[in-house]
Write a new protein. Structure first.
Length: 283
């Protein structure tokens, strides 16, 4: 591809996989020269992008994970070289299982070639899986939650390109996984089992850090949209807890000049939607 049409490049720095010792160069996304045209942001805090006449549509999420092309060990960039030493034997012995698991859902993913939507989604699936190797000091549960929702968003895009191949069903599974993980991460932080101090960017997308408040909002939203519906009493209890958290954190009903405007408005809408469902269930 001509240099003026490239959307990514190979980093000059050589990475060496901490699990299998394979040397490789990380693929980095180029963002200038009109490559990324920001569109609207969804209620899930996902930034959509418009296609560029010159470069087509680009998916920044596909480039966020660092993946060893040999053993498919993966993490977010900051943690790749810092996997705990005691976890390395487990990660190595698990090598073929994680490759096989990835191929079951995204068999054409290939990390020896430039990233595309398929390998981008696969990279985030591998991040979700590989953070099981990390200790609590790395805040792995929240990072898994972020990886799961990002993977789901890319699966939505794959479904648009290849409808009828059940990628929409896969996306729903990952959204439900993310709903569970967000809730679990917040519970673990609140009871002292797993700090969130290692999460430097809560995302959930790449263009803006919505911080811990954004994570609380997204936890409530995902619970509303994808949480279980089989037990109405438990659902009402879970939504009630989310409603109280959102009201407390965002100061709904009060002046809140310090809160970010768009997120505050989304939180208000979420609060009202949850409240409506709870009230309808009580009638």
């Amino acid at each position: 591809m001509a240099d003026d049409l490239k959307i990514s490049y190979q980093s000059k720095d050589e990475f060496r996989c901490p699990i299998c010792d394979t040397a490789f160069h990380r693929e980095e996304l180029l963002t200038g020269s009109g490559r990324l045209i920001a569109g609207k942001i969804t209620d899930e805090l996902h930034r959509l992008y418009e296609p560029s006449a010159k470069f087509g549509i680009i998916y920044p999420l596909a480039y966020q994970a660092t993946v060893c092309p040999s053993c498919n060990f993966a993490s977010m960039d900051r943690d790749f070289l810092n996997v705990p030493g005691q976890a390395k034997p487990k990660a190595m012995s698990d090598r073929q299982d994680r490759i096989d698991d990835m191929r079951k859902i995204l068999p054409s993913a290939d990390f020896t070639k430039p990233r595309d939507l398929i390998s981008g989604a696969a990279s985030l699936f591998l991040v979700l899986r590989c953070y099981d190797y990390y200790t609590k000091e790395f805040s792995p549960t929240m990072k898994q939650a972020i990886a799961a929702i990002r993977c789901a968003w890319l699966l939505d895009e794959i479904d648009k390109k290849y409808p009828g191949h059940h990628y929409d069903w896969l996306s729903l599974l990952f959204k439900r996984k993310s709903e569970f993980l967000y809730g679990e991460a917040i519970i673990r932080e609140q009871n002292g089992k797993e700090p969130l101090s290692a999460v430097k960017n809560f995302g959930p997308d790449t263009d803006k850090n919505y911080s811990y408040e954004g994570a609380l909002y997204l936890s409530g939203l995902l619970k509303l949209k994808y949480g279980q519906r089989t037990d109405s009493a438990k659902r009402a209890e879970a939504l009630g807890a989310s409603k109280r958290t959102i009201a407390k954190i965002f100061g709904l009903g009060k002046s809140s000049k310090s809160k970010p405007g768009p997120l505050l408005e989304m939180a208000r809408e979420l609060y009202e939607t949850i409240n409506k469902e709870i009230n309808e269930a009580d009638e």
